[in-house]
Design a protein around this ligand. Structure first.
Ligand SMILES: Cc1cc2nc3c(=O)[nH]c(=O)nc-3n(C[C@H](O)[C@H](O)[C@H](O)COP(=O)(O)OP(=O)(O)OC[C@H]3O[C@@H](n4cnc5c(N)ncnc54)[C@H](O)[C@@H]3O)c2cc1C
Length: 426
């Protein structure tokens, strides 16, 4: 099927942009494109509200949510999150990072949000902005090149639509529907983790605002999160090396209980807790597409790449990449001759943002690095630079970049002196 024949047979199904996926990345891109006056079709295969993992926002997402016109609604469904806590399960050390101490100016808090409601708010906002929204509708790409794209969208009732668009945004999350189009999804072997996650009631919380913090428990191997939500629900995630989950003996529930029993702080927190939804799993965590764009196509959020979510970076990266993708697309429409340069800029920008946070993620198993997070020192504001990063400043200025480099040098030096000590004592 080519573009001309579809246009001839279905003249009303033309639009400027088709967005595949109605998660945060897809809805954010659709809202901004519609506000810029474009005719946008967004296709989501599930029906909102639907469960999705990933419930902790970062402060730097709040101005984006404000621009999108949803900040008040997000506030109303969220638990106030002033910071992040790191807890060592093998020794009880505990450090609190308050976003208010970040070097970068910006919000001093974020929110913990139930994704079913959060994603629905964004999706409905897109509809209110004039986006033609389809739910319970699965999209398939028939063709995509510089002249445009042809996409079919099949509703659960069996009704099928064919859309011809000048441009396609792949925001399909971990489904990565466009990888066959110059994408070549590659697993990131440096963080090959898997997760088990569930919702529990009756998990005790600290009183006061710190009760809204995300609590990250370091275990060996892996880590766990506690994310407090409204209505006395706490989201608990367990992340382990992928092969541990694959080679487990027994059920997922037994494996989860066994790992919790080896983590005394988490075990205490879950002592009186009741599971309110069945545990779910996801494996083969991290990947990246070879490029964030192809002719006629831009990838945003997880559809481009997924990095381990220990620092709650996923939604923020999806929102940021959606914003940059919209800027790029509008720029290409204004200056078609500069298409290649504009798209390369988009690609570089998204890679740079991911790379700032990636070093921290790759080092997360390293005992020296963990120790530095558990014992933050106020030297030369290095701790405040780390907080800026944890708050979602993935475009740090030179002042912050220099401090993050110092942080890395200190880690390297401590690691080196430890290895010398070990060799001497051997
Ligand atoms: C265990 C775990 C914990 C996490 N914790 C956090 C956290 O605390 N904070 C955080 O910020 N991030 C977290 N994340 C990451 C976060 O969930 C994602 O990064 C975020 O959802 C990405 O948004 P997105 O819009 O790119 O993709 P998604 O939110 O996945 O949205 C993609 C949408 O596309 C739809 N879709 C897929 N294929 C098709 C198709 N063919 N046709 C139509 N629609 C389609 C899907 O149904 C989905 O709704 C976590 C991830 C995991 C795995």
């Amino acid at each position: 099927m080519n573009r001309a024949s579809v246009l001839r047979d279905n003249p009303r199904e033309h639009c400027d942009v088709v967005v595949i996926g109605g998660g945060p990345g897809g809805s954010a891109a659709s809202i901004s494109l519609a506000k810029a006056g474009l005719d946008v079709v967004m296709v989501e295969k599930e029906q909102h509200p639907r469960f999705h993992v990933g419930e902790s926002l970062l402060p730097h997402s709040l101005p984006i949510l404000e621009d999108l016109g949803v900040i008040e609604q997000v506030r109303s469904i969220g638990v106030f999150k002033p910071g992040a806590e790191f807890i060592a399960e093998d020794g009880g050390r505990h450090a609190v990072f308050n976003f208010g101490h970040a070097i970068t100016p910006g919000p001093d808090h974020a929110y913990q949000i139930p994704r079913a409601k959060f994603d629905q708010i964004l999706f409905e906002r897109a509809r209110a902005c004039g986006v033609r929204c389809f739910e319970g509708t699965k999209a398939t790409i028939l063709s995509c090149d510089e002249s445009g794209s042809v996409i079919t969208a099949r509703e659960s009732s069996g009704v099928e639509h064919t859309f011809v668009a000048d441009f396609l945004i792949d925001a399909s999350g971990r489904s990565t529907v466009s990888t066959t189009i110059g994408g070549h999804k590659r697993p990131d072997r440096r963080t090959s983790s898997a997760a088990i996650f569930g919702h529990f009631s009756n998990v005790p919380r600290a009183s006061g605002p710190n009760g809204g913090n995300i609590r990250i428990h370091f275990t060996r191997p892996g880590w766990m999160w506690e994310i407090p939500l409204l209505e006395n629900i706490t989201s608990i995630d367990l992340v382990v090396p992928g092969e541990d989950l694959a080679r487990r003996e027994g059920t997922v529930e037994e494996f989860f209980s066994m790992r919790v029993s080896k983590a005394p702080v988490m075990a205490e927190a879950l002592k009186q807790a009741t599971a309110v939804r069945p545990l779910a799993t996801t494996g083969n965590f991290s990947y990246r597409a070879a490029k964030s764009y192809a002719p006629g196509l831009i990838r945003v959020g997880d559809a481009y790449g997924f990095i381990d979510p220990i620092f709650s970076s996923g939604i923020h990266l999806a929102l940021e990449s959606a914003r940059s993708a919209v800027d790029a697309l509008l720029n290409v429409r204004r200056h078609p001759a500069r298409r290649a340069a504009i798209m390369d800029d988009y690609d570089r920008g998204i890679r740079r943002k991911i790379s700032y946070i990636s070093w921290f993620i790759y080092k997360i198993h390293d005992p020296v690095f963990r120790n530095m997070l558990l014992n933050p020192k106020s030297i030369l504001d290095i701790d405040r630079a780390v907080i800026s990063l944890l708050a979602g400043d993935f475009r740090p200025d030179r002042k912050i970049q220099l401090r993050l480099i110092l942080f890395k040098i200190i880690r390297q030096m401590v690691s080196f002196s430890r290895s010398v000590e070990i060799k001497r004592s051997a």
